[in-house]
Design a protein around this ligand. Structure first.
Ligand code: ZN
Length: 77
């Protein structure tokens, strides 16, 4: 019974889930709304149409939400 919405501006799908919404990125593992916001939606905040701008839904940004080009375990240049 999961409901899914796609952000027309960011192109990312948000699956609504009783345990917490799950964001389906175009690549990589699913994440949270705060992760989506940190990586995508905060950069489009001044344009209308983004469905992930509601602070109460996004919640607090967690460590690791922001984009890390070289996460731990990945080879660094
Ligand atoms: Zn968005």
């Amino acid at each position: 019974m999961a409901d899914a919405r796609t952000c027309s501006l960011c192109g990312v799908t948000i699956k609504q889930n009783a345990l917490g919404d799950q964001v389906i990125f175009s690549y990589g593992p699913p994440g949270t709304r705060s992760k989506l916001w940190s990586r995508v939606c905060k950069f489009v905040g001044d344009r209308p149409g983004c469905i992930n701008q509601d602070v109460s839904s996004v919640g607090a940004v967690q460590p690791g939400d922001e984009y890390e080009p070289f996460p731990d375990g990945q080879p660094k240049p």
